[in-house]
Design a protein around this ligand. Structure first.
Ligand SMILES: [Mn+2]
Length: 319
């Protein structure tokens, strides 16, 4: 994969010109958006800039064992910054802060992403839709900029790659992905920490929530694997919405399913929906767009108003 050098150079010029930088991770943060954020912050700090990492949602506890992931803020004063960067955020809604501070996308806003549905909402956009992760894009940017990959940076880049490829199980796991993973390991990436964070760090409440969701799963007559999590499930297990992260992969492993759907009640009265498929001939991005969402061909999501109701099957009751 080759980085468009004109955009890469323009981004670096913006970095050099900036003094105070705010880097945004997408709502419902995952290791790809968090890792991308922190590596950019590191190199900007090394360039003498003041940098803040922000995400509208709290970072899930399971990711917080990775260095600096606990340092994200959930709000900021836009007047304090002269450069804004969003990483791995496929839309304004995902970046979210532009809803509150519309002026930030109008001045100096760099949008680095790999979602095919990315709207190109920045003033400078680097969207590489064939890249397996945002950290894949940033790794190649660093190579182009001749940035030294320290073990700290290698770990965070690999973290995003691990997550977005489903630990090298999704179909986006190509030779370039494995090559990048291999190079990062050579450069000192802490694979053990990544595995611990992704697989061996679940609370008992989280596993009980997953248990309830899996117990009530259905495979519809059109072979869609559906799981749903209601407010009652959250209350009964004392689990949080962040605890759902990773559950969709289990739902998606159902034999014979065309795609998987995970619905969850949100605190703000909306329903979050996620789609996953392993099939090449199913486009769940198009499916999510029907509900005003978006994402990748094989992994997408949406948010709608309504309530989840269990009758004979899971259904959404509109308001
Ligand atoms: Mn990503």
């Amino acid at each position: 994969m080759t980085i468009p050098t004109d955009i890469a150079d323009a981004i670096f010029a913006s970095f050099k010109a900036a003094k105070n930088v705010l880097i945004i991770s997408h709502r419902g943060p995952d290791p790809d958006t968090l890792g991308s954020n922190l590596v950019l912050r590191k190199i900007l700090e090394d360039m003498g800039k003041k940098v803040t990492s922000a995400c509208v949602d709290e970072v899930p506890h399971t990711y917080q064992i990775v260095p600096d992931i606990q340092t994200f803020v959930t709000d900021f004063n836009p007047k304090d910054y002269d450069l804004f960067i969003a990483v791995d955020a496929g839309s304004i809604s995902q970046a979210n802060f532009p809803f509150k501070y519309p002026e930030i996308v109008e001045k100096n806003f760099i949008n680095i992403d790999h979602h095919p549905s990315n709207e190109g909402y920045g003033t400078l956009n680097l969207v590489m839709d064939k890249a397996a992760s945002a950290t894949f894009v940033i790794y190649h940017l660093f190579q182009h900029w001749n940035i030294e990959i320290t073990p700290y940076i290698a770990t965070l880049l690999l973290y995003g790659l691990y997550y977005d490829t489903g630990s090298f199980m999704h179909s986006n796991t190509c030779d370039a992905v494995l090559e990048m993973a291999s190079e990062l390991l050579v450069l000192g990436a802490d694979q053990e920490l990544i595995i611990k964070s992704l697989y061996q760090n679940k609370t008992i409440n989280q596993l009980r929530l997953w248990g309830r969701a899996l117990e009530n799963m259905e495979l519809t007559s059109s072979n869609v694997a559906v799981a749903a999590v209601t407010e009652d499930d959250f209350k009964a297990t004392d689990a949080t919405h962040n605890d759902l992260s990773g559950l969709i992969d289990y739902v998606s492993s159902t034999k014979g399913s065309n795609f998987a759907t995970l619905l969850s009640s949100q605190e703000d009265g909306t329903i979050k929906g996620s789609f996953r498929t392993r099939r090449d001939d199913v486009n769940v991005s198009a499916l999510a767009q029907n509900f005003g969402g978006g994402g990748h061909k094989k992994a997408s999501g949406f948010n709608i108003k309504g309530k989840i109701k269990r009758t004979s099957q899971w259904s959404i009751v509109g308001e």
